[in-house]
Each structure stands twice: as C-alpha cells, then as structure tokens.
Ligand binder design. Sequence first.
Ligand code: ATP
Ligand code: LTN
Length: 334
Amino acid sequence: MSEESRKVIYSAMQPSGHPSLGNYLGALKNWKDLKNDFDCIFSIANMHAITVRQDSANLRKKTRDLITLFIAIGLDPEKNIIYYQSDVSAHAELSWILNCFTYMGELNRMTQFKEKSLKHNENINSGLFTYPVLMAADILLYQTDVVPVGEDQRQHLEICRDIAERFNNIYGEVFKIPEGYIPKVGAKIMGLQNPTKKMSKSESDNDNNVIYLLDDLNLIRNKIKRSVTDSENEIRFSEDKPGISNLLNIYGAVTGKTPQDAEREFSGYGYGKFKEAVAEAVINEIKPIQEKYKELSADKSYIDSVIKNGAEKASYIANKTLKKVKKKVGFPIF
Ligand code: ATP
Ligand code: LTN
C-alpha cells in the first residue's frame, strides 16, 4: 500500500490498573495485528484515568508500565506513534470545544457512565460524565479512519461519530468520520469467577476473576483451573454455559480460531483437560510478551526517548487539526 493511501488507526488504553487478558484480546492483540498495514497511533489515556480517583505516584508508574507493555507486545515506536495523552494539550483544548457540540441527553445515555457512577458514587465528577467527549477529541484530532476497541466501547464510538457529523454539518468537512473495528472473537472476555460480567482491569474485587498480562505463569494456570464452569461435563459454546463459552472464546482468540472450531477440537474432553489446554495456549501467547517486557523495563533511556518522540510526533498531527477547528469556530489564529 502506498504511504499516502494508508488509513489511520487510533486507539488508547487507560493506565487504570494492570492490563488484563481482556484488554489484550479485545484491543492490544488487534493493534499488533493491524500495525503494519496502517498508520497507527496509540495513546496511554491518562487524562481519562483521572475520572476515577488515582494515587499520583501509582498512576505515574502504571502509565510508564503501560507504554512499556505497548512496545513489549510488538508495537514499534519507529513506525507507530505511541504517546501519553497528557503530553498533547490539543486533547484538552479540542475536548472543550466539542463539549459545546454535545448534548447532555446524549451523555446521559452512556452505559459506562451509569455503571461507573454506581461503582464510584462518592465521586460522580463531571469528567466522568464528559469522558466520551474527550475520547471523541482523541480520535478526531488524528483524522482517524479506524478505531480498534472491544465491544464495551461501541457506544462511545457512536457518540464520537455523531459529534463529528454535527460539527461537519455546521462548518464543512473538518473531521474524518471514523469506523469502529471490533473483533469477531475476543471483543468481550468475561471474568473467570463471574462469567456474566466483563473481565475488567480496575473493577474486580476478586483477583481470581482476572488474568493480568504480567501475572506469574503458574498463577495464570491456577486461575484458569479454578475458573467457574457448570455442573455438566460437556464442552459446548452456548449462552446457558457462560463459563465454558468464555474459555472457548479465550482459546479461540488466542489461537485465531472461532469458538465453534474450538468446541469441535475439545469434543469429548473433560473440563480439567480442557482448562489445561486453554491455560497452555494463553501461556504460550503471554510468555514472550513478559520476557520482552522485563528486558525493556531495564532500559530507562530507551523508554524515555520513546515517550519524548511520541509526544512530538502526536502533537504535530493533533495541532494541525486543532488549528483548523479553532479557525472554524471563530478563534483568532496567528
Ligand atoms: P477500566 O476497568 O479501568 O474501565 P478496562 O479494563 O475496561 O478499564 P479500558 O482501558 O477501558 O479497559 O479499555 C482498553 C481496551 O480494552 C478497550 O478497547 C476495551 O474495549 C478493551 N477491553 C477492556 N476489557 C475488555 C474485555 N473484558 N474483553 C475485551 N476487550 C476489553
Ligand atoms: N475509553 C477507552 C480508552 C480510550 C480510547 C480513546 C479508545 C480513550 N480514548 C480513543 C479508543 C480511542 C476505553 O477503552 N475505555
């Protein structure tokens, strides 16, 4: 594909906890798979992360750990832009402008806001409410074509498109209207202990519910072994078997198979043997990432240079769009 015709991919992840297998299969793995065919921009959404109270030192550490993990999974800072959201002030500026083109009613419908306000009812701040507007700013600043995310972000993508279309209808073609890329398998990995709720890096009261990408490999094996299934002994992908279906989904996403293929592969297996096979597949995928992560973490100056270069490259692109927007809304431009 020629350089000019390459589409732009944009996505981000919050440094709100230790990245989970859900984050990997729903997002990171696809970023890695798409990275050679697109102009890719990936950010650490630390401005989004403070919509929930964070300890500063811990947030700073998790932010750095996450950019290190981005590189460890195979994103290439030479070819892809990898940066911290807070390093590019255009995000905050465009977010404010877009707030003025977003209706309260639209934001009121957001499921994530409803869920997070229930969970953090002592801190229902307006950042949590306008979170999707900042996310729209992230995406639109880079004239993004495609946004690879998990299923839970579908609603946020829709509102982003609505805001962009509304703005374009008033001012002309300022923003590209982005499409979502939600994988067929792996878009919604469920908790191992509660397979009716998504596996989430920051919302679990039970550590056995979540596989963290940097978990000790034996711990991963044990978490899968202890995962909740059902009282039958049949490996079938079906709504009435959420635990087994989740494991089939995980196995499928890791090996590139459909859950139905996986179901056939394990027909006649007992649950114990099945869980062992799923654990081995997960470990095979994660082990090289952990090794690379360890090596990169020791190289402080390299990570520092990635952060600095990423911020410069991202700012350059973002500021071009921001300038256009400011001009359109009537702010003086020099
Ligand atoms: P938090 O718990 O802090 O809300 P999260 O674990 O839900 O975080 P995000 O940082 O909000 O993760 O999301 C990063 C990416 O991972 C998004 O594209 C999201 O859709 C995807 N993702 C998160 N959880 C899952 C999951 N269980 N299955 C598949 N994809 C997921
Ligand atoms: N809200 C997203 C993280 C995020 C994002 C983005 C994803 C922030 N900005 C822009 C895609 C594009 C989430 O995954 N919870």
